[in-house]
Design a protein around this ligand. Structure first.
Ligand SMILES: [Fe+2]
Ligand SMILES: [Fe+2]
Length: 660
């Protein structure tokens, strides 16, 4: 079969050049035939050398039709020879491009002359054809290279694992022009030994969830995963008799599909280990073409060629790297999550009364952030948080109080104004004083007996005992006042007055020195107006924010999480600038911190009973938060979203372990 053609209006040409057929190697087509509708030369070649040999009149009368023919058949590489005297200029009278004019040769010329010209013109066209084919191959390769580069880049950027797998499959199908396909991942057992092949995604209409199949040589994809060898199957229904794998045609039967050609490749990581399999089904000519089952059975589906193998292996290699990277990132995230959880648990174990606080604050803050993100109208319509920003909020919330590691435990857990041992010392002092008074009164009794004998002693003893009773009562009253003042609730004016009186009382020690009943330090603690901490201790507690910031700033956060220290740093700031540690103004506080502040206050208020404070009911806690808004401490709009979206209800929907 010839791959080049002569189109002529001269029915005698064939006979004239008959003896040169071997050299010319061209099929002769009559010009009248090409004028028929939809003329096509059936050949699989990309470029077809065509020489027109037309009489002068034919060309002049049909040059538009010739031009049209060449436009429709853009794969023709053509030259025109005109049958007329050599000195005549026919071509310039036509619409045809000059560069396809070869020369004029009269049919009456010697045969050898005509044949020689035809051989020459065809060899010229062959050269052009080879040039074009090289150019075409170059273009295709360039396009595939840029496609592969694009695939590599997009796979490297995809963080959503399911989408990553879909992208891998689509890229492989697109570059190999495959109608269908599936992707499987190798699953290992607890000892790290490959065990199963898990079906993950399919390009076919598979309304099925993930399923697993044994990793052995019995199935096609199992064979590829097991052996690590590529399979290029021209026809799945006609497998060679000696192969170990079988084709499962259940899907075909179920969906009226016909899986014919298959290209199944292993995805190998950098150590050569198979981590998955890409299975491509039915190579077609045009990626967007929708095939009928009949077409699939016929010639519209072709075997995958060697070039497709190379291309899909390249995609599979990149896919393996992307999957491996994705797994590594997930492992790192899991590792970090574990580290954060362990750190937070360790910190909270120092003060069991606040156990679970950080986890709950994280839940509330992320819940609020999701709601704010979802709003398409109102003040927050432009506030959006992407995947990384949500993680940023979560980690900042989990770690917001981490700086409590830098606060002394006795301050952290202090529930009374005096520490336990300080109150014990006062109690012992009172006990000593009582004993001292008792001893002194007993001495009086002895002195009485020495001086007066027993006469009148019973009355004297009664008087002394009464005196002792009064002193004892007085000491007890004083101790009660001290115990009352020691409570962290607001110090009443009357108690404060009595405490001042106690501070002025002195008692005489054995050596006659006068000592104050309570020391200046004890007085300072007991006279704290509100709460259990004095100024120094309060500052120490407040320093936890600075410690948190310092600690978090030392972690080399990835780009998407860089704001964590800044967000956590501002969780005790207030809109009016009266917060700590930096007294930031409203516009200086990140919105993430403002959300966390609401969550933090809400949880501190509603948390279960603590030794020094009762749990506050939800309604009351929300009222207190509203008061914080009135005082310009907390953001009103965020609190409204928190309340209207019932963010505080989130934990009731979680497992109890979260509400620890
Ligand atoms: Fe805090
Ligand atoms: Fe907190």
């Amino acid at each position: 079969m010839f791959t080049q053609f002569i189109i002529t209006d001269n029915t005698d040409l064939s006979g004239k050049i008959n003896s040169y057929t071997q050299q010319i190697q061209a099929e002769i087509i009559l010009f009248s035939d090409i004028l028929k509708d939809e003329f096509l030369i059936k050949t699989t070649n990309k470029f077809i050398p065509v020489v027109f040999y037309l009489k002068k009149e034919t060309l002049l009368n049909n040059h538009k039709a010739v031009r049209n023919l060449l436009t429709v058949n853009s794969n023709f590489l053509s030259m025109i020879i005109v049958d007329c005297p050599s000195d005549e200029d026919v071509f310039s009278k036509t619409d045809l491009e000059n560069d396809i004019y070869y020369n004029n040769i009269e049919f009456s010329s010697p045969t050898i002359f005509i044949a020689r010209n035809l051989i020459n013109v065809f060899s010229y066209l062959q050269m052009r054809k080879e040039g074009f084919e090289l150019q075409y191959k170059h273009n295709i390769s360039s396009s595939h290279i840029s496609k592969l580069t694009r695939i590599g880049m997009s796979l490297g950027n995809e963080k959503d694992f399911t989408k990553l797998l879909r992208d891998i499959l689509f890229s492989a199908r697109e570059i190999c022009i495959a109608d269908g396909g599936s992707l499987y991942l190798v699953e290992k057992d607890d000892n790290g030994v490959p065990k199963n092949l898990r079906f993950k995604v399919s390009a076919l209409d598979l309304k099925t969830s993930e399923f697993i199949m044994p990793l052995n040589k019995q199935s096609i994809s199992g064979y590829v995963a097991f052996t690590g060898q590529l399979l290029n199957i021209p026809d799945a229904y006609n497998l060679p008799a000696n192969v170990e794998y079988k084709f499962n045609n259940e899907y075909d039967k179920l969906k009226n599909y016909y899986s014919k050609s298959m290209l199944v490749v292993p995805m190998k990581n950098h150590t050569g280990e198979v981590i998955g399999v890409i299975q491509l089904i039915n190579k077609k000519r045009n990626f967007n073409q929708k095939l009928t089952p009949e077409q699939m059975m016929g010639n519209d589906v072709t075997p995958f060629d060697k070039y497709s193998e190379d291309l899909v292996m390249s995609v599979a290699g990149q896919a393996a790297v992307a999957i491996q990277n994705n797994n590594l990132i997930m492992d790192i995230e899991k590792l970090f999550e574990g580290f954060v959880t362990a750190s937070v648990s360790a910190i909270e174990s120092r003060d069991p009364t606040t156990s679970g606080h950080s986890f709950r604050v994280a839940e509330f803050t992320v819940g609020l952030a999701k709601l704010v993100d979802s709003l398409d109208s109102g003040i927050f319509k432009d506030i959006k948080f992407n995947y990384d920003q949500m993680r940023e909020i979560r980690y900042a919330s989990l770690l917001h109080d981490f700086g409590k590691v830098g606060v002394r435990e006795k301050v952290l857990v202090k529930s009374k104004k005096l520490e336990g041992h300080q109150l014990d010392i006062i109690k012992w002092r009172f006990f000593y004083l009582q004993k001292d008074i008792e001893a002194k009164l007993n001495q009086k009794k002895v002195d009485f007996l020495k001086n007066n004998g027993s006469l009148g002693f019973p009355d004297y003893e009664k008087k002394i005992d009464l005196e002792f009773q009064v002193e004892k009562e007085r000491l007890k009253d004083l101790m009660d006042i001290i115990i009352k003042c020691n409570e962290p609730s607001i110090l009443e004016q009357s108690s404060s007055q009595l405490l001042d009186d106690i501070a002025k009382i002195n008692y005489d020690f054995l050596d006659g020195t006068a000592y104050p009943l309570i020391t200046q330090t004890e007085y300072n603690f007991l006279s704290i107006k509100k709460g259990s901490l004095d100024t120094q201790e309060r500052l120490e507690i407040e320093s936890h924010v600075e410690h948190t910031y310092q600690f978090l700033s030392k972690i080399p956060w990835t780009d998407g999480l860089k704001a964590i220290p800044r967000i956590a740093h501002a969780h005790h700031e207030k809109l009016d600038g009266t917060g700590y540690p930096r007294g930031l103004q409203n516009h200086e506080i990140p919105i993430q911190s403002k959300m966390m502040t609401i969550a933090d206050i809400y949880d501190a208020l509603t948390d279960k009973d603590r030794p020094y404070k009762k749990a506050i009911p939800v309604e009351r806690a929300l009222d207190i938060l509203k008061m914080e808004v009135k005082d310009n401490h907390v953001d009103n709009d965020l609190l409204n979203v928190f309340i209207e979206g019932k963010v505080f209800d989130i934990l009731s929907k979680k497992s109890p372990s979260f509400i620890a």
